[in-house]
Write a protein that binds this ligand. Structure first.
Ligand code: DQA
Length: 146
């Protein structure tokens, strides 16, 4: 099973960015964590991060035929991007949404997620562990063909 893990804008700033909210571990630590968790499950997980909405749309489009599923933390684009929602619908790959923080318990504008309109499951507020849970959810949806 091959999974594309997409992280959106400002997640490259983990460790520096609002550490009380997002923690003190950096993006490289997140990539390492996802790699370890994927290996434990016999999954191949490739990580992609971009600050650009269009690049995220392109990454989703290019996942078709290459990946069995997508884990996505679209970060701020979660709350604004019809284009990312449409890209997910276009490729129709199984997708699980992750947020490090609990977006339902923060500002009002973070409560709505375009990604949730497509994703089979949304995992919020569990920090890095949310990505491991998302891999488990995808295995449940896709079945591990590895
Ligand atoms: C986030 C939550 C979003 O509201 C925010 O814009 C982010 C990160 C999270 O992982 O908690 O950049 O997706």
């Amino acid at each position: 099973m091959k999974v594309l893990v997409i992280n959106g804008p400002n997640l490259n700033m983990l460790g520096v960015r609002e550490p009380d909210l997002y923690g003190r571990r950096d993006y490289a630590a997140l990539v390492a964590f996802i790699g370890e968790q994927a290996a434990k499950r016999g999954i191949v997980a490739d990580c992609f991060q971009s600050n650009s909405e269009g690049d995220i749309v392109t990454a989703i489009q290019q996942a078709l035929g290459k990946y069995d599923g997508i884990v996505i933390n679209a970060a701020a684009y979660t709350h604004t991007s019809v284009a990312i929602l449409d890209a997910l619908k276009s490729v129709a790959l199984p997708a699980v949404e992750v947020h490090l923080t609990d977006i339902s318990a923060r500002e009002e504008f973070r409560r709505f997620s375009f990604v949730s309109l497509y994703a089979s499951k949304t995992i919020c507020g569990k920090g890095f562990d949310g990505y491991a849970e998302a891999l488990d959810a995808l295995v449940g949806i896709v079945g591990n063909k590895a």
